[in-house]
Design a protein around this ligand. Sequence first.
Ligand SMILES: [Zn+2]
Length: 137
Amino acid sequence: MKPSRIMLLEAGSGIEMFDEFACPYRLVTPEHESAVRYFVGTSGDGTHLVSTEIPEKFRRAMVAHEACCFELRNTGHCTEAVDFELNFVSSIDRAEYLQLRKQFFDGLVTFYEGRSGVDQKFFHGIKQCRDHLHALA
Ligand SMILES: [Zn+2]
């Protein structure tokens, strides 16, 4: 994820543990006119970013996706990360969660579509993710 073109305001921080692997993240407030709802991403230095718009119960799953993507970057990883993150969502919450994720990836693809200078590997990855999520629900 490249959030550099999305205006973000820092609103706190947290940490998720996956076995002995620690994933700190920063909570951010999306600028009110941002096209991307339920924003999650990783900045160039590896800092994970989570929008305050995301319910707290879903933070862990979304950080799991970002950590997975960041570790496996450049390997066509993004749909695998979707399957991984769903391990952290209860069956009761699954439908709600998938709704949020579809809105996020729909918004993300729209945001980057037709822009110049977008990393094509990245763009291809998020489109695959969007399609994978729509196939799930
Ligand atoms: Zn991803």
